[in-house]
Design a protein around this ligand. Structure first.
Ligand code: F6P
Length: 525
């Protein structure tokens, strides 16, 4: 069954939110905290490993109530059931959307067009497990009989960003294999990546759902040529030892010269940007071992269960999505910034950019009509504390309201308590500074206290912080594969909820086609 088709602006809750916005838009969060001593407690949501602090948002209980009504009026419950059941909710491509089946830990069947997909998923997982093990233990050999030392993932978009982000985020858990990623069609990128590699001990993993993507095929062909160059004394059949592929397009992969047993399948009901849970995540399993890959899947499943089973008012992805809609559609904020307080998550923002912006960057609703309201936000970010010395000036004192998601971890991985205390002090301080700001009186006092009285008249206006700038703080126990899986799934479901409420199709990406077509035409000329 398709998703329902409801224009959010015609709902009662939308009208209520419009009226409510007029009442609340200028209220400072400091007033809200003063008025309600229980506020901090009231606006905390938890799962076993996550604590989400919503208290520093420009909301009251009434706001949340109306936003939850909006979710109900948008038939979110019905949408979630269809999403997990394998209904054809990617209607424009006539496909189910079942990345959640890839991490399903229940023993239930999941049907796509009447066929259970769980057995195929299990088979592929077994293949990922045994292949990863054989490469990691050195049992799998390259064309001269040597064990593999390096893995190169050749892919782009979802066939790159997800695996790359996870491998980098989980580098603490990594084994001896060096992992590299080639994505850009820029020849310098591929040249730099392979320049120091030994073809005898390098495994090339070509990842392309369609196996037609210009960047991936060009990079794969360039690497193949390099591999077959005279310097290495290789022959065509050696490709079978050092190249493997992940794709739905068997024929094209075989044409490339890859052995049938070295092809990992995926399915058209897995969108590129949601595919790291499938064999697209093979480089993850190679880099950190299958057990860690499996923990990632289990963590995502735990978030799936939370999303499916928790009432909306306590549901992390639902509430995050609704808050995002509150700012985007009522405060007219255009962007959201995501700031993880761990260097490991440096690639998290680029990953989220594809996830969110390729999914919800749409201006046609599920009726085929142009939307009359804002949809997808601009997502950006980088790691704290680096960003505090870069773009945070604009977030604190610029003219725009930019809602922030701070992501922090209770424990560090290497210990280093001194560093971790300082890091987390910054994590908490940023949210506090954004919300509370610094008044003219406070600046005055502070300058006096520091003996800067002479400069007060000159500098006072520049040192004022209005505050009232919203943020969510997500505090997670530890950066483990399990928790990373949950974190990614949290944002996947947030993206889904937004798409449902905005009444758009989140799982196609026609917007990327025109540029590709034009580039193709320019090449032919
Ligand atoms: O950019 C468009 C897109 O289709 C993405 O959605 C996808 O992740 C990427 O290209 C790569 O596609 P493929 O895996 O088919 O090479």
């Amino acid at each position: 069954m398709p998703l329902k088709n409801i224009n959010p602006t015609t709902t009662k809750s939308w009208k209520r939110l419009e009226d409510h916005f007029e009442q609340i838009k200028d209220v400072h969060m400091k007033t809200l905290f003063q008025q309600d001593k229980e506020r901090k407690k009231k606006f905390i949501l938890t799962t076993e490993e996550f604590t989400l602090d919503l208290s520093k948002n420009r909301i009251t209980e009434e706001t949340l109530q109306y936003l939850l009504e909006l979710a109900n009026e948008s038939e979110l419950k019905d949408a979630i059931t269809k999403y997990f059941n394998g209904d054809i909710i990617n209607q424009t491509e006539n496909r189910a959307v079942l990345h959640t089946a890839l991490r399903n830990q229940n023993s239930n069947k999941i049907l796509v067009n009447g066929q259970d997909v769980m057995s195929e998923i299990q088979e592929t997982l077994k293949k990922i497990k045994s292949f990863s093990k054989s490469v990691i233990t050195g049992e799998f050999k390259g064309y001269t009989g040597k064990a593999i030392t390096d893995v190169v993932n050749i892919g782009i978009g979802g066939s790159d960003l997800g695996p790359r982000m996870v491998v980098e985020s989980l580098q603490y858990y990594k084994n001896h294999l060096n992992t590299h990623f080639v994505s850009n069609i820029d020849g310098d990128h591929v040249a730099e990546t392979i320049k120091n590699l030994n073809p005898e001990t390098t495994l090339f993993v070509i990842v392309s759902k369609t196996f037609t993507t210009q960047e991936t095929l060009t990079n794969a062909e360039t690497i193949k040529k390099w591999f077959l160059s005279q310097d290495f004394g290789t022959k065509e059949s050696d490709i079978q030892h050092n190249f493997i592929a992940v794709s739905t397009n068997l024929e094209k992969v075989l044409d490339f010269g890859i052995a049938k047993e070295n092809i990992f399948t995926m399915w058209n009901w897995v969108g590129g940007r949601y595919s790291l849970w499938s064999a697209v995540g093979l480089s993850i399993s190679l880099a950190v071992g299958f057990d860690n890959f499996n923990s990632l899947l289990k963590g995502a499943f735990a978030m799936d269960e939370h999303f499916r089973k928790t009432s909306f008012d306590k549901n992390l992805p639902v509430v995050l999505a609704l808050l995002s809609i509150w700012y985007n559609n009522f405060f007219d904020t255009e962007s959201e910034v995501v700031i993880p307080y761990t260097q490991y998550l440096e690639k998290f923002a680029p990953f989220l950019q594809q996830l969110s912006m390729e999914s919800n960057g749409k201006s046609t609703d599920r009726n085929g009509k142009k939307v009359t309201y804002q949809t997808g936000n601009i997502i950006w970010g980088n790691t704290g504390t680096n960003v505090q010395h870069a773009f945070m000036q604009l977030v604190h004192q610029g003219t725009k309201i930019i809602p922030v998601d701070f992501i922090g971890f209770e424990e560090s991985l290497h210990g280093n308590q001194d560093h971790h205390h300082k890091l987390m002090a910054n994590f908490f301080a940023q949210a506090e500074a954004l919300y509370a700001g610094k008044t003219i009186e406070e600046v005055h006092l502070d300058m006096k206290f520091h003996g800067d009285s002479k400069k007060i008249n000159k500098l006072l206006p520049f040192k004022i912080f209005e505050g009232n700038r919203p943020s969510n703080s997500v505090l997670i126990k530890k950066l483990s594969p399990y928790n990373l899986g949950s974190l990614i799934a949290l944002y996947e479901h947030k993206t889904f909820v937004q798409g449902v409420v905005w009444n758009i199709y989140s799982f196609d990406q026609f917007g990327v086609e025109l540029g590709k077509e034009l580039a193709q035409k320019l090449l032919v000329k």
